[in-house]
Design a binder for this molecule. Structure first.
Ligand code: ADP
Ligand code: AMP
Length: 217
């Protein structure tokens, strides 16, 4: 299955991506994770992306599309994938359609996680990520047993630089202006399915898997 997750920052894409990708047995490809890994390794791509990420802005389309093209060419993505955080603009969506068409394939479905702005702000403000295994936690909604220590691997938790209030506001604006139009883009293709992404994480996962069933998931 070839699947895209769309929704505002903090909607729970990364959290759900892990469960859905495991359920579908496809690789989870998160452009945010790939950028962050490049930033921490100090690669030229990371140095370029960091300026935009720190400001809460989107990395330019050309850079992002080239990165995704390379990632989708890897063998593990040949039979299916779950994209988390890409596409985020209409040109990125059109480039993805073209890329897949050139490979003789297409997306199966786009799953939209629907959450309002107030909830997104609460989620982003308390988000913590494990340095060791990448698991996403929340100080209140999904807290670890020991503060600052991952329950899964014992790694240290950190708060993302772009989860500060000023940056959150810019990211929500970027979403509304540049990413929200994708709902219409994929709606017109008949590929969009939206689910209520509020409530416990496990409930959202059940809703997601139910919604994907009718698309062959
Ligand atoms: P995104 O990838 O869409 O930016 P994340 O998956 O990183 O979002 O989730 C943002 C924050 O919200 C994290 O701290 C996560 O633990 C928390 N979270 C995710 N799903 C839920 C949920 N259903 N209820 C409450 N908090 C959630
Ligand atoms: P995320 O982890 O998905 O919240 O992404 C973190 C940041 O990485 C975003 O705020 C952007 O700066 C950048 N980024 C991730 N995915 C994309 C994308 N598809 N297009 C442009 N920028 C992106």
């Amino acid at each position: 299955m070839r699947l895209v997750l769309v929704g505002p920052p903090g909607a729970g894409k990364g959290t759900q991506a892990e469960f859905i990708a495991a359920h579908l047995a496809v690789p989870k490809i998160s452009t945010g994770d790939i950028f962050r890994s490049n930033v921490s390794q100090g690669t030229p791509l990371g140095i370029e992306a960091k300026r935009y990420m720190d400001a809460g802005e989107l990395v330019p389309d050309e850079v992002t599309i080239n990165m995704v093209r390379d990632r989708l060419a890897e063998p593990d993505a040949s039979e299916g994938f779950l994209l988390d955080g890409f596409p985020r603009t209409t040109p990125q969506a059109a480039a993805l359609d073209k890329l897949l068409a050139d490979l003789g394939t297409a997306l199966d479905v786009v799953l939209e996680l629907v959450v309002d702005d107030d909830e997104v702000i609460r989620r982003l403000s308390g988000r913590r990520t494990c340095r060791g295994c990448g698991k996403i936690w929340h100080v209140e909604f999904d807290a670890t047993t020991r503060e600052g220590i991952c329950d899964r691997c014992g790694g240290e938790l950190f708060q993302r630089d772009d989860d500060k209030p000023e940056t959150i506001a810019t990211r929500l604006r970027e979403y509304a202006e540049k990413t929200a139009p994708l709902v219409d883009y994929y709606g017109a293709q008949g590929k969009l399915v939206g689910i209520d992404a509020t409530g416990p994480v496990e409930d959202v996962t059940v809703r997601a898997i139910d919604a994907l069933r009718s698309y062959g998931g």
